[in-house]
Design a protein around this ligand. Structure first.
Ligand SMILES: CC(C)(COP(=O)(O)OP(=O)(O)OC[C@H]1O[C@@H](n2cnc3c(N)ncnc32)[C@H](O)[C@@H]1OP(=O)(O)O)[C@@H](O)C(=O)NCCC(=O)NCCS
Length: 228
């Protein structure tokens, strides 16, 4: 990783009770947490550092909420396991690591994602986009070709998934939901094409509203799910 000016990142993408911490170089953990170390024991040094740094970000954010530092292990579906009363989300890509946390009394779930602000590799849009998504990406690209809209769509879907999964424990595929990106407001909304499998009424497309930004060579997306 190389040093770089911290982009504005997740600032203003989530309401104030959410604390987000973003770094552009690895953090040295003040101590090693056994279950975190076990999760990446066989991983490369790079992956270990990324995993630790992202969780250090989360601990800084927890401290900012007035909460003690804790271990944040990984669940069986790769999801981070938060302490009781806390919701959160983690993301990393090339040069960035970030965490967002909030008290569960303020929000039901959070999801964040960061991606390089580059066009998606060939073929990826076909895998991740519904017909409606594809039409939207085409229209937005005609309107403003400087923004990698397919990447914004992907980034939004990742944040939606990360907020969705802890609420429902149900896996959803990329084409289970369509996303409408609103360029004027920097927001996006999710819409499920059919009733999402086994989700009951735990969460609906209306709950999955997010904000996005492109800046510093990255796309940032953030979803917070309110308590109605
Ligand atoms: C899991 C997934 C969301 C990870 O996203 P990514 O862009 O590849 O990688 P990121 O660095 O941004 O995020 C990885 C982090 O996501 C978090 N994550 C992984 N699985 C998760 C889950 N099931 N629920 C919540 N968070 C999860 C983890 O914290 C992980 O980091 P860690 O392993 O260091 O703890 C993605 O790879 C995936 O599998 N998506 C398929 C399902 C999907 O997105 N459907 C779209 C529905 S609209």
């Amino acid at each position: 990783m190389h040093g770089m000016a911290a982009p504005s990142g997740f600032v203003n993408l989530m309401p104030e009770p959410v604390r987000a911490v973003l770094v552009t170089s690895e953090l040295e953990p003040s101590r090693l947490w056994p279950r975190e170390e076990a999760a990446v024991a066989d991983a490369t040094m790079g992956r270990q550092a990324e995993y630790r740094t992202t969780r250090e970000c989360a601990r800084v954010a927890l401290q900012d909420l007035g909460l003690p530092p804790v271990e944040i292990p990984t669940g069986e579906h790769r999801e981070p396991i938060w302490p009781d009363g806390v919701v959160g989300s983690l993301t990393h890509c090339a040069d960035l690591r970030a965490a967002a946390v909030a008290r569960e009394s303020d929000f039901r779930a959070l999801g964040i994602d960061v991606e390089p602000a580059r066009a998606l590799p060939p073929g990826v849009l076909d895998v991740i986009a519904t017909d409606d998504d594809r039409t939207m990406v085409r229209e937005l690209s005609d309107m403003d070709p400087t923004v990698p809209w397919g990447r914004v769509l992907f980034c939004a879907k990742e944040a939606i998934f990360k907020a969705w999964f802890p609420l429902t424990r149900v896996w959803i595929g990329y084409t289970s939901c369509s996303v409408r990106i609103h360029p004027e407001t920097g927001t996006f909304t999710a819409r499920f094409d059919s009733s999402p499998p086994a989700a009951g009424n735990l969460v609906s497309g209306q709950d999955l509203v997010g904000k996005w930004r492109e800046g510093g060579g990255f796309v940032f997306t953030a979803v917070h799910v309110p308590w109605r």
